[in-house]
Design a protein around this ligand. Structure first.
Ligand code: FE2
Ligand code: FE2
Length: 138
């Protein structure tokens, strides 16, 4: 199984809304933490715990963005929320019991996560960021 590229957050992913950028940075840090566990060959149970925390935090993050959308009557809310929902549906297909026994399978999960996250930030969250900035949110 090939190694995934390390997740990194830099200015190119900034949406320029502080709370959202901080949450994205934390998601990246959590992806890396999970990846470190795989590389260090740590027990699968710890890894599954970290991945569950990661999905939980993604939910909290989506809730933050969706609240911003509702509070500012964002016209793109429907399409944006549909992307969050598609992510959620995909995540439900991951078999964490398999990861328990074969930690390296988590590479695929983390790769999907990072791939989805950076594309979603670049295309979709940035539009939301611009809208929020225009509404005076910082
Ligand atoms: Fe989003
Ligand atoms: Fe986001």
């Amino acid at each position: 199984m090939n190694e995934m590229q390390r997740a990194t957050w830099d200015g190119s992913l900034a949406v320029d809304i502080r709370s959202i950028d901080e949450q994205h940075q934390r998601l990246v840090a959590m992806i890396n933490e999970s990846q470190d566990h795989i590389q260090q060959g740590k027990p699968g149970g710890d890894l599954v715990y970290l991945i569950k925390k990661l999905f939980q935090y993604a939910e909290e993050h989506f809730a933050t963005e969706e609240k911003y959308m509702a509070d500012t009557t964002y016209p793109g809310a429907g399409a944006h929320m549909a992307e969050h929902a598609a992510f959620r549906r995909h995540v439900e297909t991951f078999n964490l019991d398999l990861v328990l026994r074969t930690p390296h399978l988590a590479n695929d999960i983390l790769r999907y996560l990072w791939d989805w996250l950076r594309k979603h930030i670049a295309a979709t969250d940035k539009k939301l960021g611009a809208h929020l900035a225009a509404k005076g949110v910082r």
